[in-house]
Ligand binder design. Structure first.
Ligand SMILES: Cc1cc2nc3c(=O)[nH]c(=O)nc-3n(C[C@H](O)[C@H](O)[C@H](O)COP(=O)(O)O)c2cc1C
Length: 259
């Protein structure tokens, strides 16, 4: 019944568990106290940056002209794009794509929540955005992290053989190495768990879909393209981004380039 996967996962109970994960836990947990209810401190909205970190100011995202300003036209044209030109992205274009996916449009309360161009269950926005830069004007090759609260980047590191490692982390999919920049969304799980406990995990994955969809649409608007990737090697990708794989781990990635 389970074809070639049979040897990899053991029978129906595993599928039950996986299907269970796709269902909602909210009714079963009604009345239970979350860490938020118990008064535990809220995790920061954005991962702190190390002292001495190299911070890069991003150009104003509003300054980027839209090649395709018509929303209906963008929706019609949206496609997964896996062939990219050699031409680099401008820093302002990267700025626009970061803003469109995870930029902050409003802060609520005393750093209680942020509102962004994408929805998020409980406005928790449980992701950090990492960008593996290959060809972006004004940025050297390396892994960077987006700081949505100030609309900046922080340099993380320059891994040896980055493009090749990225391709291997994407299970050999070649367009991961030819992209100008690859967006990787890493989940900081406690941001959701603090509020929703064991009901948080399904909504956090749904949140990731919204983020990537905005990347698709924003790319089309500026003459770029992207393709979502869920087929990746968890260990290789977490290692490339220097993530601990426990409290913070990659959940989705999308290489971007000019069409
Ligand atoms: C959750 C998700 C995971 C995906 N993973 C991959 C992937 O690993 N590799 C790939 O080439 N395309 C991937 N895609 C892109 C799909 O193959 C693509 O959306 C589909 O073929 C339809 O094409 P379209 O996006 O151009 O409409 C993924 C799409 C989604 C939504």
């Amino acid at each position: 019944m389970f074809g070639t996967w049979a040897g990899k996962i053991s029978g129906m109970s595993k599928y039950d568990e996986l299907r269970r994960f796709m269902k909602s836990d909210f009714a079963g947990l009604a009345g239970a106290k979350s860490d938020q209810d118990a008064g535990l401190p809220q995790p920061p909205l954005q991962k702190p940056t190390p002292q001495q970190a190299e911070i890069i100011d991003l150009p104003d995202a509003d300054a980027v002209p839209l090649i395709r300003p018509d929303f209906r036209d963008i929706l019609k044209r949206r496609r997964s794009r896996r062939n990219f030109s050699e031409k680099p992205l401008a820093l302002a274009e990267l700025s626009f794509l970061l803003w469109a996916t995870q930029g902050v449009t409003k802060t609520v309360g005393d750093n209680y929540a942020t509102l962004r161009p994408v929805p998020s269950a409980g406005a928790r926005h449980p992701f950090e955005t990492y960008i593996a830069i290959n060809r972006v004007e004004g940025l050297r090759t390396g892994v960077y992290r987006y700081l949505p609260l100030g609309h900046k980047l922080v340099f993380v590191h320059s891994p040896q053989g980055q493009a090749d490692r990225l391709m291997r982390a994407a299970m050999g999919q070649p367009f991961a190495s030819t992209a100008a920049a690859t967006f990787v969304w890493a989940c900081v799980a406690y941001r959701g768990e603090w509020r929703y406990g064991p009901a948080a995990h399904k909504p956090m994955l749904i949140d990731a879909g919204h983020v990537c969809q905005n990347l698709y649409l924003a790319c089309e608007a500026i003459g770029c393209g992207t393709c979502a990737i869920a087929a990746y090697d968890q260990k290789l990708l977490d290692e490339l981004l220097l993530l601990d794989g426990q409290d913070e781990f990659a959940v989705y990635l999308a290489p971007v380039g000019r069409k």
